[in-house]
Design a protein around this ligand. Structure first.
Ligand SMILES: [Fe+2]
Ligand SMILES: [Fe+2]
Length: 201
């Protein structure tokens, strides 16, 4: 288990306190996943000169709201005056965009870079900070992931974080289209912003 001491006062407690809070909301498999995302995010942070404590916190909290009932998200969209268009989507979009608000108000984490990393981890965004890119990629390539292109995704991400973002964005959009699934409009914006910049992915 990663031994990590928090010193930046981003979260009011130790890493173990944060783990305990998160564990209350996640089933064991999901709880194991967020710890692997943390581990991968911290490695990517080291390689890309990004704050490791932020990578740890963002990795652990990115799926904090994943297993909440729909009613919690609908209530939060109204309570926090989020875009009403969000009501037309579901958990896949909500657990990031709306989940960030729950992390802020329930866990008391106000760091906007971390909150944006949570907001954008499923859809990506036109602008993503290095931390946002790290969480987006760590979620995709953490050691428990197993899909045909995962080793290629890991290799590309190790070489160039931005190229990894383009790779994931392209493959996710292709998958949605192949399976006749609804595409969240911001995912198209992410595609346009990232994929043409990396012609080789
Ligand atoms: Fe997620
Ligand atoms: Fe995740």
């Amino acid at each position: 288990m990663t031994k990590r001491t928090y010193t930046e006062n981003i979260f009011a407690g130790t890493r173990q306190d944060l783990l305990d809070r998160i564990e209350q909301h996640l089933r064991p498999k999901r709880f194991a996943h967020v710890q692997r995302v943390e581990q991968t995010a911290v490695k990517l942070a080291q390689a890309n000169n990004v704050d490791e404590e932020k990578a740890s916190i963002a990795g652990l909290t990115h799926d904090y709201a994943k297993q909440r009932p729909d009613e919690d998200f609908i209530a939060a969209i109204k309570q926090y005056h989020l875009d009403p268009e969000l009501l037309n989507y579901g958990n896949a979009i909500w657990h990031g965009v709306v989940g960030a608000e729950l992390v802020k108000h329930e866990l008391g984490i106000y760091d906007e870079d971390i909150l944006n990393a949570i907001r954008h981890h499923t859809t990506g965004a036109v602008y993503m900070s290095p931390l946002e890119q790290i969480v987006y990629m760590a979620d995709y390539i953490e050691p428990g992931r197993d899909f045909p292109d995962v080793d290629e995704a890991r290799k590309i991400t190790a070489e160039d974080l931005g190229a990894g973002v383009a790779f994931q964005t392209k493959h996710t959009l292709a998958y949605l289209i192949e399976n006749n699934q609804k595409v969240y409009p911001k995912t198209i914006d992410t595609y346009n912003a990232w994929v043409p910049r990396y012609p080789n992915v």
